[in-house]
Design a protein around this ligand. Structure first.
Ligand code: FAD
Length: 343
């Protein structure tokens, strides 16, 4: 029976599994991942397959989150290598980030300290209405494909995966379970024993097109909008166009007016998209698992067992989630040592 349970099989649950093995030295055979939805499944309550998903400047401008970004950016190459290289669905592409308002020194200095090919774009070369811009080389995920490959990698190591829906967090504990990592994303809002009312959705809609001629990211950030263009590595030339950031909107529906708006904004941002006829592959909506006060990365002691929360990644689970999971596993290691009287 399992010693360690990871509840949730989105990107955060999978990063957590990785950190348990590589940071804490937990044997893969002692890890069980439980989740209602697994890679390959589709549901509005399973956010990870719907992400763009790249490393961008979407995260808030606080020290804590900037550190999670930095950890993820600078360590992703180790995961890429273990999964067999870029063909796992994780690769680097050029990117341009444009802001209508200067994002602040803290963010820019942090990015500059570690981002590959970071370069400020001269003001004279910025489009109208843009206050600040940078060029960089960034990480891009082919999200559904990467999730499937990440899971397959863990299965090869002996991690068990159990598809099940829990109604209460206590159901994750079997008699010899010592710790449960709660990586339930938006599920943390409704799961009994957790029911975190600080969790709320930030809905997005994306349009996936076929675009073999676009191999770059381009992002524009305004005070009340976000427009983004993200290539999907090893996807047969898919390009993700977005988007929307709609707080407290739970709908899984997609809207033609939003699709038209996304296409208008992204083709204005990168007119080369229209160098070939627009070929829409799909339109989808997803709920970013946002949380007032930021992600919850915290240990709870429940009698002699531990519950480690690791959720609330909002719009940055891919780009900060590795850092979140590294932190969650470090907290677990410390709590375990305290329990055994070694601290
Ligand atoms: C349109 C859009 C674009 C995005 N773009 C980006 C991007 O470019 N870069 C980036 O970094 N992020 C991006 N994101 C955000 C990113 O997708 C999320 O931060 C991330 O997917 C959250 O992962 P998670 O593992 O926390 O949650 P999820 O992927 O939702 O996984 C939660 C897991 O918990 C399980 N679960 C929950 N409750 C229960 C229960 N009661 N019983 C059993 N299992 C349960 C679920 O089945 C699932 O397996 C985007 C999101 C959207 C919607």
């Amino acid at each position: 029976m399992p010693e360690v349970v990871v509840l949730g099989c989105g990107i955060v649950g999978l990063y957590t599994t990785y950190c348990l093995i590589n940071d804490a030295g937990v044997s893969p055979k002692n890890i069980t991942v439980m989740a209602k939805y697994m890679p390959g499944d589709q549901s509005i309550n399973y956010t990870s397959p719907w992400a763009g998903g790249n490393f961008s400047c979407i995260t808030p401008n606080d020290k804590e989150t900037l550190a999670l970004d930095k950890f993820t950016y600078t360590n992703l190459a180790t995961i890429q290598k273990k999964l067999g290289g870029p063909s796992c669905g994780l690769d680097m592409y050029p990117s341009t980030e444009l802001w209508d308002e200067y994002p602040g020194d803290e963010k820019i200095l942090s990015l500059k300290s570690y981002i590959k090919d970071f370069k400020v774009i001269p003001k004279s070369k910025l489009p109208e209405g843009v206050e600040f811009g940078i060029n960089l080389t960034t990480w891009d995920f082919n999200c559904p494909y990467f999730l499937a490959n990440f899971k397959k990698y863990f299965e090869g190591l002996g991690v068990k995966f159990i598809q099940t829906e829990l109604t209460h967090i206590s159901q994750a504990y079997k008699p010899d379970t010592k710790v449960v990592f709660n990586c339930t994303g938006i599920g943390a809002f409704s799961l009994s024993g957790v029911k975190d009312d600080k969790v709320y959705p930030t809905r997005g809609q994306v349009v996936v097109i076929k675009a073999p001629h676009i191999k770059q990211n381009k992002m524009r950030w305004g005070s009340d909008y976000a427009t983004y263009i993200i290539p999907r590595p090893f996807s047969n030339d898919e390009l993700v166009l977005g988007g929307f950031l709609q707080k407290d909107n739970w709908t899984a529906d997609t809207f033609e007016t939003q699709t038209a708006d996304i296409i208008k904004r992204t083709t204005e941002l990168l007119p080369e998209i229209l160098d070939r006829p627009l070929e829409i592959i799909r339109v989808a909506a997803g709920l970013r698992p946002s949380r007032h006060g930021g992600p919850r990365i915290e240990v709870e002691h429940i009698e002699d067992k531990l519950l480690v929360h690791n959720y609330g990644a909002s719009g940055y689970g891919y780009q900060a989630g590795f850092g979140m999971s590294h932190k969650a596993v470090a907290l677990y290691t410390k709590a375990k040592r305290q329990q055994s009287g070694k601290l």
